[in-house]
Structure formats: structure tokens, C-alpha cells
Write a protein that binds this ligand. Structure first.
Ligand code: NAD
Length: 492
């Protein structure tokens, strides 16, 4: 099955019968044709962050909608607001230079492009893309590119800011940026995705570049998409420059200049950090259990690499549903299944469970590796784990954070926990610049050293200031940025 084929939603005895453009709902029926008898219909709304096959209704407005999505839309918190609130909290604790915090509380550049793409049916569609460059005091802007229907400028601002903290913590000579296209890839053929990617890259023009702003994969983007960005970018420079620009993106396929180990890097970093946390806490991972939310690049690799240290994966949730098997789920086998079927739904070696059962599954470790704002005050109360290892960016909102702290659940925060991806992106960038090719052992060894050094900096800072790890991670990041601004001053 192709990645973007969502025909999987028709599984489990449910038949897709319709979609609406406005709400992007998929309707399902239990063997009964006709929308007029649809009070019993179940649906999977593409926007619904609870991912349940849920009831849909036709309110007085006459628009079919998903009950969960509507509720969520009302209370969806703004990730950018959360990121700035966190910055303010950290500033209160450490009293960083006020002027420097003023700089860091703003993004440096925000590029919004509207561009046309000719679709397979010959019609032209206008699309909107974003690239937000938060800060480049430590080096070129660096950050992923995501394709998702809920992408908006605030989300991209927040993710760009988190990238600045992440590169600063890990001592990488990069700044922070993020990009996004507000599309649901499921709506487009692979040919259309290629055209969209290339046209977006062209529209960004010189706002990206190998020494200026370097993109990488994120939600719903992959090495193939990076190869199209690379090809489009180098097609716009002079022939003699072409091969000096391949580091305009990282996370490329190996043959196109990618690094060994980049595909698994974020998951590998998570596994290294969990091993270190377990060692520090005298916990044997051989007897440990873990649950994973999101089984894409980050979640599946974290799950597969955790398997190596003997821990048992017992529950997984992705956009298609959730599954449980207390005796253990083989992450490699599940990854093969997801590759073929597009999601964990109907995986035959586990039982289907709902969202709440997933969240209340007793385990030692929870790896959220899907989207932001999944751990709220409400969901944090449900968790029965000792550690949350944040694979996703911004998976915990500030209220959720407070609950985790009160309940003494350890957190390895996103800006540390998922930094393996940008660390190996940095290695890829270096290899491209030096025309080198490192083997997997060298990549893993260097990744281990950099990420564990960052872990120790965060741990020691948490102890020194007696703060939670998220605040400690931010103290480490801002201290480094503050030092650079102090040394260089503010132009003119
Ligand atoms: P991906 O597109 O490969 O996978 C996303 C996964 O999340 C899929 O399994 C999808 O089904 C699932 N998902 C989406 N919405 C969901 C929802 N509402 N509930 C449950 N599951 C849901 O994306 P990815 O690259 O693995 O990125 C996942 C997270 O990790 C994002 O927050 C991303 O910003 C972050 N991240 C990614 C990288 C990287 O190298 N790819 C690096 C650092 C951080």
C-alpha cells in the first residue's frame, strides 16, 4: 500500500461512503447504503485528534461533523503560547538578560508563500506554505518540514522556537527554523505530492540554502520528499554550484547524499536516553514495559530500538487506532504490518483498544511520538507510567506538565529527547560539506556521545536549580544563546 492511500479506513467491517470538502470527514456505514439513514453512522474525522471511530452528527447548521473534533477545536491550545509561557517561566527562575529574552521571544523571519499547483485533473489549486526562521545566532537556521492539514503559522513559529532550544542544548552549530504545508497528503496522488513539494521549494527560493536554512523530514515528509527539494533547489543554481548545495536538506536518501543512520536517528536518540535514564534510576529495561503513541518514523524506530535492550512494547496508538498485547508486541513485525496496511488498525497479533484504554495502560515508559498537545491536564491524570520520553515536539501542554510534576512522573523533554534527529542531520550536513561518508558505527558512536553529554548537562542543571527537566533543558539552551549575544553585542 502506498503511504498516502487511506483506503485502510474502510477496514474492520466499515465501508467508506462519502467525504465532505468542508469538514474533510470520512463517513462509514455498517452495511447500509444511503446517507438518509445515517444516524447510526460512524466516522473517522481526519482532524480529530482523538482518532476514535466516533459518532457523527448533523447539527442544525446542516453540516456533518465529528463530535470529538468539534470539542477539541474549541479547546485546542496554542502551541506557540505554550512555548512563550515556558520561556517566561524559565526567565523568572534564572533572571536571564531581559533584552536577550526579548529577542528570543520573537521569530526572526516568517515566510508565507501562496503558490499554484496543477493537479492530476488539470485544475489549478492554490496552496499555502510556511517557513519560520526563529534564530540563527549559533549557526544556519535548521528545522523540519511537515505536511499536515492543521499546520498554521503559530504552530510553525512554536516548532521553530523549539528547534533553537534543541540545537543550543546539543551544542550543534545551528539555529532554529521550521516549515509546513497546510495539506492533507491523503488528498493527493504521489505525482501531485512531488509537484507540490517542488513548487513549494521554488516559491521559497533563496529563503533556504545549504549555509543559510536547511530543511529535514518531519510529520508526513520523508527522504523522497527531501530528494525532490534537493533536486529542485540545485536546479535553480548555476551548474558549477549544483554539487556544492546538496546539504540544503538533510534526511535525504543515502544515494542522494544522506547519512547512514539518519532514518532511525530520532528513535535511536530516544532509546539511548531511556537507557541512560534507566541506568541512573537503577531500573532494568529487561523487565520494563513501554507504550508508544505514533508509529511513524520516530515512534516506530524508538519502539524497534527499545526492543534491543529487552523492554516489552505492550500498546501502540496511531491515527488509525490503538492496540494492546500485554505479552508483548514485536515492533519490527508491527513496522512491517504498518508499511503494508498504512496503520496499526486491525493488527492481528494484538487486541484493538480505545484511546482511553491506551492512555491508562500500566507501563514503565510512555513515548509520545505523534503530534503536539496530546498530554493535557486531563490525559496526564490517566497515565500509569514512570517516565514520559517525548519523541514528538510539544506533546505536553503546560497544564499537563504540572500534573506530571505533581504525580512525580519523570519527563525527558522534547528538546532533549528527540534531538537525535537534528544531531545526525548535522552529521549529514558535515559529511556533505567535506565529501565524506561515515559508516553506521561512527554515526551511532558520535550520536551517543553528543546526546548523552546533552542529557548530563540537563540533569546537572535540574539538580543545580532544583527545577524540572523541561525548565532545566531550557536554561541550558538560553544560557548558551545569552553568552553568544553578550560576546557579540547587538548590531549596530
Ligand atoms: P510521521 O509522519 O512519520 O509519523 C507520525 C505518526 O503519528 C504516524 O504514525 C501517525 O499515524 C501518528 N499520528 C498522527 N496524528 C496522530 C494522532 N492525533 N494521534 C495518534 N497518532 C497520530 O512523523 P514523525 O517524523 O515520526 O514525527 C512525529 C513527531 O516527532 C512530530 O512531533 C515531529 O515533529 C517529531 N520529530 C520528528 C523528527 C524526525 O526526525 N522525523 C525529529 C524530531 C522530532
Amino acid at each position: 500500500m502506498k503511504k498516502y492511500d487511506r483506503s485502510r479506513y474502510g477496514k474492520g467491517g466499515l465501508t467508506p461512503i462519502s467525504t465532505t470538502k468542508d469538514w474533510k470527514l470520512l463517513y462509514f456505514q455498517h452495511g447500509r447504503p444511503g446517507l438518509e439513514k445515517s444516524v447510526e453512522l460512524k466516522g473517522l474525522c481526519r482532524y480529530c485528534e482523538l482518532r476514535k471511530i466516533c459518532s457523527i452528527s448533523k447539527p442544525e447548521s446542516g453540516v456533518w461533523s465529528c463530535a470529538y473534533y468539534k470539542a477539541l477545536k474549541r479547546k485546542k491550545t496554542n502551541l506557540y503560547e505554550n512555548v512563550i509561557r515556558q520561556l517566561e517561566r524559565t526567565e523568572e527562575i534564572v533572571h536571564f538578560d531581559r533584552d536577550i529574552c526579548k529577542i528570543l521571544a520573537e521569530t526572526m523571519n516568517e515566510i508565507v508563500v501562496h503558490f499554484p499547483v496543477k493537479m492530476d485533473d488539470g485544475k489549478v489549486k492554490m496552496l499555502t506554505g510556511y517557513r519560520v526562521q526563529h534564530n540563527n545566532a549559533l549557526g544556519p537556521f535548521k528545522g523540519g518540514l511537515r505536511f499536515h492539514p492543521l499546520v498554521d503559522i503559530d504552530e510553525i513559529r512554536a516548532l521553530a522556537t523549539l528547534m533553537t532550544w534543541k540545537t543550543a542544548i546539543t551544542n550543534i552549530p545551528f539555529g532554529g527554523a521550521k516549515g509546513g504545508l497546510q495539506i492533507d497528503p491523503a488528498d493527493y496522488s504521489p505525482e501531485e505530492i512531488e509537484k507540490i513539494t517542488r513548487r513549494f521549494t521554488f516559491a521559497l527560493g533563496n529563503n533556504i540554502g545549504p549555509e543559510y536554512d536547511i530543511a529535514a523530514p518531519d510529520v508526513n515528509t520523508n527522504p523522497q520528499i527531501m530528494a525532490w527539494i534537493l533536486d529542485t533547489y540545485i536546479s535553480t543554481v548555476t551548474p558549477s554550484e549544483r554539487n556544492r548545495c546538496i546539504h540544503v536538506v538533510t534526511g535525504k536518501p543515502i544515494e542522494s547524499g544522506g547519512s547512514q543512520g539518519r532514518y532511525k536517528a530520532t528513535g535511536q536518540g530516544i532509546a539511548f536516553l531511556i537507557e541512560k535514564w534507566a541506568k541512573d534510576h537503577g531500573i532494568s529495561l529487561k523487565d520494563a514495559t513501554y507504550i508508544v503513541q505514533g508509529f511513524g518514523n520516530v515512534g516506530s524506530w524508538a519502539a524497534r530500538l527499545m526492543k534491543k535492550n529487552g523492554a516489552r512494547l505492550i500498546a501502540v496508538e496511531d491515527i488509525t487506532g490503538a492496540i494492546l498485547n500485554k505479552r508483548g508486541i514485536d515492533a519490527d513485525d508491527l513496522a512491517d504490518y504498518v508499511k503494508e496496511h498504512g496503520g496499526v488498525l486491525d493488527y492481528p497479533k494484538a487486541q484493538p483498544i480505545d484511546h482511553e484504554t491506551f492512555l491508562t495502560t500500566k507501563a514503565d515508559i510512555f513515548i509520545p511520538a505523534a503530534l503536539e498537545n496530546q498530554i493535557t491536564a486531563e490525559t496526564a491524570e490517566l497515565l500509569k507510567v514512570k517516565l514520559v520520553a517525548e519523541g514528538a515536539n510539544g506533546p505536553t501542554d503546560p497544564e499537563g506538565d504540572k500534573v506530571l510534576q505533581r504525580r512525580e512522573i519523570d519527563v525527558i523533554p522534547d528538546i532533549l529527547c528527540n534531538s537525535g534527529g537534528v544531531i545526525v542531520s548535522y552529521f549529514e550536513w558535515l559529511q556533505n560539506k567535506r565529501s565524506e561518508f561515515w559508516d553506521i558505527e561512527e554515526v551511532d558512536r558520535k550520536l551517543y556521545k553528543m546526546i548523552i553529554d546533552a542529557y548530563e548537562r540537563v540533569r546537572d542543571t535540574a539538580e543545580k536549580f532544583k527545577v524540572d527537566w523541561r525548565t532545566a533543558a531550557q536554561i541550558v539552551a538560553i544560557s548558551r544563546l545569552e553568552m553568544v549575544y553578550r560576546e557579540r553585542g547587538i548590531f549596530p
